[in-house]
Write a protein that binds this ligand. Structure first.
Ligand code: PMP
Length: 432
């Protein structure tokens, strides 16, 4: 019998080329058309529901179709849907920028709007390079951590290190060096990595514009986590060697790590911070590059003295997306981080039993990100895909990164749903 799910899937596959997908897989792997979402659940056309345990690629904070955010965006829709941001401005952009300056580390005083995560990384890299040029220095190289991920446009891909995405395009990339990420969450690993960073900066700082990192958690690199001491050391070293520090908080921002921003765990203020994903609560594409007055001032001059930062996207600072600042109001009016801390420790406790499974190597957690690392599989076995398929049959959307199974649910997830998410993952891991 032809179900509604099937019908939509077939029409989709006639014309849509999906992201991050070998399309041939869909000869056997069904696509899931989603009809609606509410809270932590996604609903398909055939009456199935799925717990969105990965917040739809880490963007959703307060659930699907959140009444508070809906109301704000609907009101904005009847007022102003879009206007260019060059020569013009609008209230949602102004309000959101002020709120961001208020809640991010103190040195970050200026907000440059972009419209997705990778583009924010591109803009931050260009801004850093251009800053040094305006100061009379040519620094054409960037520095990043091994195992990092910063997006998939050419510049962002260049500073990343996940070979699955990067390898093919190697010849197209811009100049980047890599330095070892701390191997685990210990203080000692942080120190070893800082020693390597110092050696590299001593030798190469003259050519390096900026050091970009994902603070505390490398997301697409398999939820790899490291100690905040590394951030403290990296901030001190970059400052000493006149290299910018770019904190890419696109995934870690807005409470994911247990504090509003991961940089707060180390009490550091970077030269640039990139934000996206949770910025709109998972509603609309939007991103920002936050930076310091010092960087801003290096571009502020008469028209012909230095080139201005001539970077733009059509949808920069879109008013509907900025109206999702309702997300920040929810943070301001509720004890979200406190409630998340309780949920995180509940998840941690519930996962203890996983350690007795012989294919579980380790479990790590930082705030509302929890990862279970499996051992004993080759990549061609596509173990993550098997767990993904099993979990869907049980009504949970997990999307493992290879042999790393992780949970990154919307913050409004209830304890019953946490139990279900964990139970399904446990069964899935036991079966493979
Ligand atoms: N940086 C980090 C740390 C990310 O996790 C991501 C997305 N997973 C990006 C950049 C790229 O963002 P986008 O997918 O919106 O381009």
């Amino acid at each position: 019998m032809q179900t509604k799910n099937n019908e939509i899937m077939q029409r989709d596959l006639e014309v849509i080329w999906h992201p991050c997908t070998q399309m041939k897989d869909h000869e056997t792997l069904p696509l899931i058309p989603i009809r609606s979402g509410k809270g932590v659940y996604l609903y398909d056309f055939d009456g199935n529901k799925y717990i969105d345990a990965v917040s739809s690629w880490w963007v959703n904070l307060f659930g699907h179709s959140n009444t508070r955010i809906n109301t704000k965006i609907k009101a904005q829709l009847d007022t102003l849907e879009h206007v260019l941001l060059a020569g013009f401005t609008h209230e949602p952009a102004v309000e959101l920028a002020h709120k961001l300056v208020y809640i991010t580390p103190s040195a970050l005083q200026k907000v440059f709007y972009v419209d997705n995560g990778s583009s924010a990384v591109e803009a931050a890299l260009k801004m850093s390079y251009h800053y040094h040029l305006n100061k009379g220095k040519r620094k054409p190289v960037f520095l990043s951590l091994t195992n990092s991920y910063h997006g998939e446009t050419i510049g962002a891909l260049s500073v990343g290190d996940v070979s699955l995405y990067k390898e093919t395009y190697e010849q197209l990339l811009i100049q980047n060096r890599q330095v070892q990420v701390p191997v685990d969450q210990s203080l000692q690993a942080a120190q070893v990595a800082l020693d390597a960073l110092e050696i590299l900066l001593k030798e190469k700082a003259d050519e390096i514009a900026a050091f970009i990192l994902e603070p505390l958690i490398q997301g697409a690199g398999g939820m790899h986590m490291y100690h905040p001491a590394y951030l403290i050391g990296a901030r001190a070293l970059t400052e000493a060697y006149d290299v910018h520090l770019i904190a890419d908080e696109i995934m870690t921002g807005f409470g994911r790590t247990g504090k509003m921003f991961a940089c707060e765990h180390a009490q550091i203020s970077p030269d640039f911070m990139t934000l996206s994903k949770g910025l709109t609560g998972g509603y609309l594409p939007l991103s920002v590059v936050m930076t310091t007055n010092e960087v801003y001032q290096a571009f502020y001059c008469d028209y012909n003295e230095h080139k201005a930062f001539l970077h733009s996207h059509s949808y920069t600072g879109n008013p509907l997306a900025c109206a999702a600042l309702a997300t920040l109001e929810i943070f301001a009016e509720n004890n979200i981080l406190g409630e998340n801390a309780k949920k995180a420790s509940y998840i941690k406790k519930a996962l203890e039993k996983f350690l007795s499974l012989e294919n579980v190597k380790s479990i790590r957690q930082q705030g509302m990100v929890t990862a279970i690392e499996l051992v004993g599989y080759e990549s061609h076995e596509r173990i993550g895909l098997k767990i993904y398929e099993y979990a869907l049959t049980q009504g949970v959307l997990l999307r493992p990164l290879g042999h790393i199974i992780y949970f990154m649910p919307p913050y409004i997830i209830g304890y019953e749903e946490i139990d279900k998410m964990i139970e399904v993952a446990y069964e899935g891991i036991k079966r493979v």
